[in-house]
Each structure stands twice: as C-alpha cells, then as structure tokens.
Design a protein around this ligand. Structure first.
Ligand code: AVJ
Ligand code: FE
Length: 404
C-alpha cells in the first residue's frame, strides 16, 4: 500500500494472541486512515453497481466481525442495530435477505457517524473476545476477517477512483499518491516447466488457494515485466481496438457496444493522453505498466504481440523461482486461467463457505498484487478474480510464449 501507515502481515509464523489483538487494531485503524482523506459526501455515493460507497465498506467489514465472530462466540455481545444485518450483508444467502447491491448508494442512513459508532462498538467487543480464552480457537476466523477488511481497503480505493473519475473536477484522492514507477520493455525468461506444485503452503490463506497440488507445465517463456503504457499505445495506434482478428467474440461485441478505444480512465486532453489516477488527472507515463484493462483487452493485446497470457500455474511457478522482477508491487495481472476450484477443493458448508467458492464460474484469475493492495496482503499463491469485462480494478498483464 502506498501509505506509510500500512501494517505488515505475518504469514509464516504462528499467530500469537497478543499479536492478533494488535493486528486487529492496526487493520481497523488503516481502514479509517484511508477514509480520513474523504469527506462524508464522498462516502455515500455509489459510482456503479460493481462499486460500493466508502460508508458501506466501513460498515460491511464491521458486520463481518459481528456476524462471524461476535454473534456466535461472544455471549455478552449486544447487537448494535438489528437492521444492520440486512443493510450490510453483501452476498451470504445462508444469512437471509439483504439490501440490493446496486442500491447501496441510496443509504444516506445510517449516517457516517453512526457507522463509525458501530465500528467502535464492535471493536470494543472484539478486543474483549481476543483477550478471552477462546481467542486461540478463533484465530483463523479473525485472520479471515482481517484479510477480508484488507480486501475492502483495496476496494475502497478502486471505488473512490471510479467515483472521482466521473467528475469534471477530476479530484485527487491524494495529490502525493505515488504513480506506478517507470518500467522498461520486459525480457522473456525461459522456464523448463515439468511437474511443479502450486497452491498455498503454510500461513494464512484463503480456501481457494488450496489444496496444493501438482501441475504439469510445458516449457515456456514469461516476461519479467508488465506491458507498458507505451506498448499499449502502439497497439492502439496499430488499430488494436478496431481489428476484430485479435479479439475473443464476447470481447469484440463489448468493444463495439462500449466503443472502447483505450484503457479505462484514459482521455485525450489537448492532444495528450491523460489518465485519471488517485493523484488526479495526469499525463500517461509511457514507461509505466498499463493499468485498468479488461481480460478481453489483455487477451487481444497478447494476440497482437504474438504472445499469450500466462496460465496461473505458469505465473505462480515463475514467481516462486524469482525471475519476475515486477511481481506483486504494481498491478494485478490477468492470467488465461478460469477461476475454478483446485482439484479436491471443498468449501465449508457454512455461511462463511460462501466467501469464495460460489464465485467459481465465469471469472478469470489475476495474480500478483497492486500498489493499492495492503502491504503483506497478497502472496504468490493468491488468487484474485474478476469477470472478463471488468476493468476498474488495478489490472494489467504480462506476456508469455510457448517454447519450441
Ligand atoms: C476477490 C476482490 C473479487 O470484491 O468480491 C470482498 C473480495 N470477498 N468481500 C470481491 C471480497 C468478500 C472479492 N474479490
Ligand atoms: Fe466483503
């Protein structure tokens, strides 16, 4: 994360209970620090159905701790407001009806100050619970709640950028926001492949990263850098967005319907390509990695470049060998792998089992991590996922090629 206040996760070592309380308070404080750059008015509006208002994010991550930790495990817990389980349940069918997702921006009530009081209330009981003798047994669930809140920290920034991009004023979330560092053309790194293993090995992970399992890889080449804005501009100038031969059928339909001619947030201002960023509207840096492209655009670019996207197993194995210079610190990278269960994957048969498993169709896996991803949140086995047409997240690509 681009912010000095970001805490480090501790994936490897066993979690100490004192550490868990401290981590809990750190993650909760980081979320508030992100919101502190906004005004209350910024926090109510929903820019599009895929995005949520900051105020809703602040309440929903709190609802997660209330629902999965406090209500079942803290006998003294006093419900803050019984309506919040309806308002701030995101998608858990096992927990009943909920406020419609596309209408989250209509929630002028509860007020921001009430949501902040809700956060304080839950934090008080969580602090108690984390000091009780049950804490050790609940550590996994608490870590899930914290990883969940970190995912929403990233979503807050994605959603604020989308909201601010729609104003003629092009407000900066943070004038000092560090824009992606300059890159250079990538070098293809050759890997022999063979039988490798992918999946998480030790430390906290989401259920979708398991079980670790063997995969067979043909020899391949993978770029050590992400595709740059300059390379993307060459694709645009070569008619990339206007020549169907590079495009998947669904992608071509969408390009025409939406009249896409450039990545999301790019606009031509007085003959110069500019890009809406968290630091406001800025000239496109041709040496920086391209961002805010859909899977369809990434796949078309790869085809134009006489290459392809890596599979997620190719990505993970390359990351584990250390050949990827730009790996998890700039932008998420589309892979050509569908977001499917690993062999032997079984989600829990409880409400929390709805976290990842039920989304395993019609989405593609992204690997790496972005500048807005909280420090220490992602890992080389991390599977992010979005639908192939989505592009408001910090999504980029690296190229791969077959060998021989
Ligand atoms: C992994 C980013 C696609 O946004 O729905 C948040 C993260 N999961 N709350 C999403 C998530 C539950 C998830 N993504
Ligand atoms: Fe969530």
């Amino acid at each position: 994360l681009n912010d000095m206040s970001a805490p480090r996760a501790m994936p490897e070592e066993a979690v100490e209970i004192g550490d868990l309380s401290r981590r809990y308070l750190e993650v909760r404080a980081t979320t508030l620090a992100l919101a502190a750059r906004l005004d209350a008015e910024d926090m109510v509006v929903q820019a599009m159905p895929d995005a949520s208002p900051t105020k809703w994010h602040l309440a929903h991550v709190t609802w997660f701790f209330e629902t999965f930790l406090l209500k079942p495990h803290c006998p003294d817990y006093e419900t803050f407001d019984p309506d919040y389980s309806y308002l701030f349940n995101s998608y858990y069918e096992a927990l009943g009806d909920r406020h419609p997702r596309p209408q989250r921006g209509l929630l002028t009530r509860p007020l921001l100050e009430e949501v902040l009081a809700y956060r304080g209330h839950v934090d008080e009981f969580m602090t108690q619970l984390l000091q009780s003798e049950q804490a050790a047994d609940l550590a996994e669930l608490v870590l899930l709640g914290l990883a969940h809140e970190e995912q929403h920290q990233e979503l807050i920034l994605m959603d604020v950028l989308n909201l601010f991009s729609r104003s003629r004023l092009k407000p900066a979330y943070d004038e000092q926001w560090l824009l992606p560092h300059a890159g250079r053309r990538g070098h293809f790194q050759r890997l022999a492949g063979g039988k490798v293993e992918i999946g998480a090995q030790g430390g906290f992970c989401f259920d979708n990263e398991l079980p670790r399992h063997p995969v067979w890889l043909q020899p391949y080449e993978i770029s050590d850098r992400l595709v740059t804005n300059g390379e993307w501009l060459a694709f645009m100038e070569d008619g990339g967005y206007n020549r169907p031969l590079y495009w998947l059928s669904d992608g071509w339909t969408l390009v025409q319907a939406e009249r896409w001619q450039a990545p999301l947030y790019w606009e031509h201002v007085d003959g110069v390509w500019c890009q809406m960023t968290l630091a406001g509207l800025r000239p496109v840096n041709l040496d920086a990695p391209v961002q805010h492209v859909s899977y369809y655009e990434a796949a078309a670019f790869a085809d134009w470049a006489e290459a392809r996207l890596p599979t997620e197993a190719e990505w993970e194995f390359a990351a584990s060998t250390g050949v990827l210079e730009q790996c998890d610190d700039v932008a998420w990278q589309w892979t050509q792998s569908a977001y499917s269960p690993y062999p032997g994957f079984k989600p829990q048969r409880t409400a929390v089992g709805e976290y990842n498993g039920k989304f395993m169709v019609s989405q593609m896996t992204l690997r790496g991590g972005a500048a807005i991803t909280p420090t220490g949140h992602a890992r080389s086995s991390y599977r992010n996922f979005f639908r192939p047409e989505q592009r408001w997240m910090f999504s980029s690509l690296r190229l791969a090629r077959d060998v021989g």
